[in-house]
Design a protein around this ligand. Structure first.
Ligand code: OXD
Ligand code: MN
Length: 580
């Protein structure tokens, strides 16, 4: 009798025939299988044991030094029409792309085991979740996928019931940067990734499926797949607002998602629903409802410390995988910003010498189940998701952009998101610290033409009776002396508090050409070492600077030609003339 798993079985057989592994193992997500895999990786040196007294169940993985970040220049969106991928993506004709990458896959798993990983992005019982199957020859990928997704038997059962899934084929190949491609075929719901073991390139459920392919599916199906954290902010009165926030990679999403309220805010509580990806669906009540498709955190280690993110430090003392961090003399994981301890080995396993650069690679990572976080929200398992009160966009900008402002309405908010720019970070290979346009923090992740994407955002918002308010923040403003002007971290709650006051009608705000800023006294600054002049600068609107900014935004939007919705240029012109 035909089964809904026939096409999966056929595909697995086809891949095995192409890649010729020694054996094929189906991953069931069980503890026993995971233990066996870890034992195997300890034997081969792919995992190293960390101090099991202080960090039970924690392991270190050292990557090939040439394979430590996403590779945007080798990442392709392969649609039949080049225009559909858009200027925001590297494009290759699908036929050519298959041919090129299949030639690399040929025989590549000889002498290796091929793992078949059924996974579900989102709660198993949520109508918003989507399933996939990743085939890989990397046991490190299997163990990471086990932490990052709902992986194994329940996912396979859902795939069998639904009969549809995203196909992801991955091999570490020779880890040769010259033979490395991350290819997406949105029209076929297929991903092929060769030559890298790094998270964003190799854990195919994450960026490849949950963002690039899901954004394509979301446009077809009327929802949004976004590079956003989801956080619940509970006030002392007990009500909780959920906020989704988009920041480029390595700009503090994990820290904001796990924020601990400052001492001046007793009774406030922050709940972590997700730290990286957010799928939002219009609900019958006219609001947007969000799920986090992931079940773990793949966070940037450097800078994660007792002051910046105590919840993260506490969740990392057991059952975590560390990638490319340093170690202390007693074999604990270590990275810059964690503690005053001294590392003895750096991320490449060399004796630590400051002349060799940081002990931990700037993009070193931890992988851990989200359930280990003290602020984990049980709502992350709610199949209906959480209702979103506010959407926040933010970049790393040393100048001009105020600490916070609110968009006039949804359409203006889409312009604010589309105009986002940020300094590049170590999460991708290439220069660090260069300001580039990163609309909705999706530059590396949108699986189709940005022009169509903005149009889709406008359409989704237009159908909501009760859309979230849209804000823009900048935690990264610097003074003339180069110091951060805003304390950030736990104190960012003060800015979220103003947003909630706006949502609940308690703050009137101050209207400016670029949007609405906190009126005098509306931003809670009690207990902060912030002088009046700095606060004034953080909330000032430099009209000349903004005129220049909007001119470059106009050029940027124009580079999308007719695909860019006219409404966005109209919104930009409205702001521009208000500034004049
Ligand atoms: C990530 C990234 O790993 O954005 O989340 O690079
Ligand atoms: Mn990310």
């Amino acid at each position: 009798m035909a089964s809904k798993l026939d096409s999966l079985n056929q595909w697995v057989n086809d891949v095995a025939a192409l890649t010729t592994p020694d054996q094929v193992v189906w991953c069931d997500g069980s503890e026993a299988q995971s233990q066996a895999l870890k034992a195997q990786m300890l034997a081969t040196g792919e995992l190293l044991e960390l101090n099991q007294q202080t960090h039970p169940g924690c392991y270190l993985h050292r990557s090939d030094p040439s394979d430590v970040a996403r590779v945007e220049h080798l990442t392709f969106v392969c649609t039949s029409s080049r225009e559909d991928a858009g200027p925001n993506n590297h494009w290759m004709d699908p036929g050519q792309a298959h041919e090129k990458i299949d030639a690399l896959f040929e025989g590549c798993m000889r002498g290796r085991t091929m793992y078949v990983i059924p996974y579900c992005m989102g709660p198993i019982d949520s109508p918003f979740s989507r399933c996939g199957v990743e085939i890989t020859d990397s046991p490190y990928v299997v163990e990471n996928m086990r932490l990052m997704t709902r992986m194994g038997a329940p996912a396979l059962a859902r795939i069998e019931a639904e009969g549809s899934f995203v196909r992801g084929l991955h091999s570490i190949g020779e880890l040769d940067p010259e033979r490395r491609f991350i290819m997406h075929f949105p029209e076929e719901l297929t991903i092929k990734s060769y030559g890298s073991g790094y998270g964003g390139n190799a854990l195919l459920g994450k960026k490849c499926h949950a963002l690039r392919l899901a954004s394509w599916q979301a446009r077809e199906q009327g929802w949004l797949a976004e590079h956003m954290l989801i956080v619940g902010v509970q006030s002392p009165a007990g009500d909780t607002h959920y906020i989704a926030a988009a920041f480029p990679s390595a700009c503090g999403k994990t820290n904001l998602a796990m924020l601990i309220p400052p001492e001046t805010h007793p009774g406030w509580k922050v709940w972590t629903v997700g730290d990286d990806i957010c799928w939002m669906h219009p609900g019958k009540d006219g609001r947007l409802w969000a799920i986090n498709p992931e079940s773990g955190f793949f966070g940037v280690a450097p800078g994660t410390g007792a002051k910046t993110n105590p919840n993260a430090v506490a969740m990392l003392d057991r059952d975590a995988i560390f990638t490319n961090v340093g170690v202390t003399a007693d074999n604990r994981p270590w990275w810059e910003g964690l503690s005053d301890d001294q590392p003895v080995k750096d991320w490449q396993g060399r004796d630590y010498q400051s002349g060799n650069g940081p002990a931990a690679h700037p993009n070193s990572r931890f992988t851990v189940s989200m359930r280990q976080c003290a602020s984990f929200s049980p709502e992350a398992d709610n199949p209906a998701g959480v209702p979103i009160s506010a959407i926040v966009f933010g970049g790393r900008r040393a100048s001009l952009i105020p600490l916070v402002f609110e968009a006039r309405d949804w359409a203006h908010g889409v312009l604010v998101g589309a105009s986002m720019a940020s300094e590049t970070t170590a999460a991708a290979t290439g220069a660090v610290g260069v300001v580039r346009r990163d609309p909705m923090a999706m530059k590396p992740f949108c699986g189709y033409n940005f022009g169509d994407y903005w149009r889709h955002w406008l359409r989704v918002g237009g159908e909501l009776n009760n859309p979230p308010r849209i804000f823009h923040v900048n935690w990264f403003r610097k003074s003339a002396e180069g110091r951060f002007m805003w304390p950030g971290f736990g104190d960012n709650l003060r800015v979220l508090q103003w947003m909630i006051d706006r949502c609940d009608g308690r703050a009137t705000g101050r209207e400016e050409p670029i949007g609405i800023l906190p009126a005098e006294g509306e931003l809670e600054t009690s207990g902060l070492q912030l002088d009046a002049d700095t606060l004034q600068q953080l909330l000032a609107v430099d009209r000349d600077g903004w005129r220049a900014e909007l001119a470059t935004v106009g050029e940027y939007l124009a580079s999308y030609g007719e695909r860019c919705p006219e409404q966005l240029q109209a919104e930009r012109e409205r702001t521009q003339s208000a500034l004049n």
